[in-house]
Design a protein around this ligand. Sequence first.
Ligand SMILES: C[S@@+](CC[C@H](N)C(=O)[O-])C[C@H]1O[C@@H](n2cnc3c(N)ncnc32)[C@H](O)[C@@H]1O
Length: 287
Amino acid sequence: MNHPILPTLSRLVLIVALCVGLTADGRAAEPAARFYLVGAGPGEPDLLTLRAVEVLSSAEVVFCSKRLAERFGDYLEGKRVVTGYWRLFPYYGRDLSDVPPAERAEAERLAEQRAAFIAEVRAAVEQGATVVVLDSGDPLIYGPWEWCLEEFEDLDPVVVPGLSSFNAANAALRRGPTRGKHTKSVILSADDWPGKTDTIDRLAAMQATMVLFTMRADLADFVEKLLLGYPAETPVAIVQHAGYADREQVIRATLGTILDVVAPEDLPFEYLLYVGDFLDHRYRPRQ
Ligand SMILES: C[S@@+](CC[C@H](N)C(=O)[O-])C[C@H]1O[C@@H](n2cnc3c(N)ncnc32)[C@H](O)[C@@H]1O
């Protein structure tokens, strides 16, 4: 039998909770922010977090790539979606007069685009809009929009973490990269950029698990540097399009054989290179 007072009581509890800053399920309510950097996850929309969905639903203006706008169209309906800006971080924070003359034109072009983007964000915020920059994967792992957190510091930006391609690729491998035969650490790295001291050959000396965010760098060059630290028989895996139900692919080899197994020119932008003995490490021998 329905109790006559209980529904009224639960409504009252909900109203009190909302008044003291709790959401209906008892979590602390997020203070409304004006600028969000949101991670969309690495692949299919079902890898979006509930928090990202909640923030997207409250946004009026969303900046993202065309690819993301298509993939997440269902969540962007009725919003102003701006897709023209991409990869604005190079030279950010640098004095243009210190940029080498050969790079000056590119640095100026990017500075102009950045200024246009910043002006658009600020205009939207001034008009009272909630603005989201939507990035793939986790926005703070080799994320091209991280500079925005400094640029819009005065807006007290909020970051919504996303699942990285690293997480999706671990799942594709069905192996934990923290469980090596003799090591327990994972190094996330990328190509050797000028001025960075943690070069791949130095990192390789530890023989821990290494995961390389490849970003169009040369596979043969990665392999050459890795071989300075790891034995040629070390297992490697390439995970392409991690997190996409129809395209995800894993290629396995060793450091010594990987270049016989894949043609670097056929690899997509979206692939991670894994190195380490965790790849064939088991709790028990195969039955
Ligand atoms: C600019 S980084 C962005 C990484 C992203 N923030 C993340 O957390 O996955 C781009 C690089 O990440 C890797 N990547 C991104 N998405 C991927 C995917 N779905 N599968 C495999 N690798 C991916 C590739 O190495 C690509 O070159």
